[in-house]
Design a protein. Structure first.
Length: 158
């Protein structure tokens, strides 16, 4: 009984091997369909899926304005402390104090790309970009300041 089961398993394994070799041989002889992408040779025409998440970015408009209100929802939603919102108080033309962001620090080396910070942001101030080449020799280069220098919040964003 043991020997019969053993022979059946070996025969099934050989059948599976031959099935895979047949598929490989087909793709080897029929070059119509490209299955793999030859990275990095295809950087200029690389097509990433629309859902691909590479890193967190903060979009700014042409007037160097962003949508971040400094509410720290992204910081609270992050499971491992990847985002740190440093706030300051600006004085409005009316003389009132208003909270604004000083820096939005993003630690890419800690990020798990879980998208929880994006979902938590009530003003859609941060997005996921499709950049994926993050190899560096110095780990400190993976800590990024997301807001541009001297940027301010857009009018009408609360």
């Amino acid at each position: 009984m043991f020997l019969i089961n053993y022979i059946k398993e070996v025969a099934a394994a050989i059948g599976s091997l031959l099935k895979g070799m047949r598929r490989t041989g087909y793709y080897f002889t029929h070059h119509k369909e490209i299955i793999t992408q030859q990275y990095p040779d295809n950087r200029d025409h690389l097509n990433l899926p629309e859902r691909f998440k590479g890193e967190v970015v903060m979009p700014h408009n042409e007037a160097n304005e962003h949508r971040c209100t400094g509410c720290t929802a992204c910081e609270l939603a992050c499971p491992n402390g990847t985002i740190k919102v440093i706030t300051k108080f600006d004085i409005t033309p009316e003389g009132k104090k208003k909270k604004a962001i000083d820096k939005l620090v993003y630690h890419l080396e800690l990020c798990t790309l879980c998208n929880l910070c994006i979902e938590a942001c009530p003003s859609d101030a941060i997005k996921m970009a499709q950049t994926f080449e993050h190899s560096v020799f110095d780990r400190s280069q993976l800590t990024k300041i997301l807001n541009n220098p001297d940027s301010k919040i857009m009018d009408g964003v609360e």
